[in-house]
Ligand binder design. Sequence first.
Ligand code: VG1
Ligand code: CO
Length: 591
Amino acid sequence: MVKVWDTLSADSEERGDNNNNFSTRTSVLKMSLTCYTKATKPFQGQKPGTSGLRKAVKVFQQEHYTENFVQCILSAVGGGLTGSTLVVGGDGRYFGKKACDTIVKMCAANGVRKVIVGENGILSTPCVSCMIRKYKTSGGIVLTASHNPGGPNADFGIKFNISNGGPAPDSVTNRMYEISREIVEYRICPELHCDISTPGTQQFVVENRPFTVEVVDSVKDYVDYMKEIFDFPAIKDLITGAKGQPLTILIDAMHGVTGPYVKKIFLEELGAGPDSAVNIVPLEDFGGHHPDPNLTYAADLVKAMKDGDFGFGAAFDGDGDRNMILGHKAFFVTPSDSVAVIADNTDSIPYFKKNGVKGLARSMPTGCAIDRVAEKKGVEVFEVPTGWKYFGNLMDAGRLSICGEESFGTGSDHIREKDGIWAVLAWLSILATRNTTVEQVLLSHWGTYGRNFFTRYDYENCESGPCNQMMSELDAMSCDPGAVGKEHTHAGKTYKVAKIDNFEYTDPIDGSVAKKQGVRVLMTDGSRFVFRLSGTGSSGATVRMYVESYESDPSTYTKDAQDVLKPLVEIALSVSKLKEFTGRQQPTVIT
Ligand code: VG1
Ligand code: CO
């Protein structure tokens, strides 16, 4: 370790300190601290899922469990970490501060030169991505289980983002998993005590190497960036009514990490009144709720929007990368429509006026509305597997500007994560430019493109065995030529199967292949349903069923999606035998 440090070039120290605007409070500890190599044994199942490792807090609290996984991250990045800088922060959930402390101690012992930590360990997922890019660090560690509940009896999670600011690709997470199965020791510097409660610099000497912990304001870099991307004065005029009727907004941070960002951006910068934001104090257990912005878990917001006279409503998940957009009287914008509308209105957003729009993308189960926008604009559109990590390469290659997932994820190449607050600012920019309502924006969008009706049914926490069995039977169907051409009828509506496959994706940039990403049953009229198992649950299995159909008859546009999709939903349930396999008559969540 010491030897490696001796060979380091001097500029690695400057790199981390370049153009930063952090506070100047500095403490220096000159005594050299000792690192230890601790013996450990592998734990089963340290396999990162769709977005990091998510388990019950109690699992992470087992002796050596967190240390093992952190060592897997650091070892997977390997030599690249020596002398590097990493960003560390999370959504403020229970166990986050403890994990943060462990990570700092292990970074110090694994040759990392500097760690940039959010004040009290707080950084939203999009903010981590923003900071990795701004300070050109080697990556970052995000402490979150996203939309999963928090608290001593709920979930925790750890995720690694690479130097482009995005979630580690499969090649890296697979390496982490391989290491987790063979790990015998980890490196830690137990005497390193840092205070993450106030911004400032703390310098240490760790086995004769310098090591710095920079505690930073949790929101500043992110807010500065949003001001570059959007026209804040125009949005402020809209909200304060400088040029007409003020737009009353209601933002629900669901006691997640976005609270401080919401306060700074919407209340302080954009002039929204104090009643415009609720649940903006981050809580370790999110107030006992699922910090998940959908119609089920953000029911309070939906009710407040229905009962009140707000023109615009939004909610975010625990770590701030998801968003839900509502209009007057809780008019619901599906995430699949939301990203299509943003892609169609880029002239409202200074960032895109400056940089142009290169290409568009969505995850496979996401409704296809954005494909139609891409076609009209004459830009490429990509269909990737579920999970934001699949967008990164396309963005880095300059082929993708705006993308989204049906799971309330919307974003662009401004960072490499989905970004909840960005999505709300994008919507407010559109409303400011077009001087109309959320509902009118949607109606005019459907008027131009037709409407892709979409719904998702989630069956959470089912037994794994039967769910795996159901998936393999569906998979077998994709190899059965007899299944194609078959007609399925329900309530007078008939669909003919055009194709069944288990989605496979070859990354156009690096050629990597992701297999078995979900079974798709595609109908001859373009309607479809998709089944896949969730990769973010902490235990058991969660089945996701996605159903979509397209209508170009304007008389259908204002219909309820559940009514329109009912026959196809019933067909999907019967083809998959979902009720038999899961024993569930009803889904846990319908979106
Ligand atoms: C879910 C969503 C997926 C999203 C992922 C991470 O994954 O379906 O679209 O990218 O969560 O989002 P899965 O495997 O459970 O379906 V977050 O906000 O939890 O980081
Ligand atoms: Co999230």
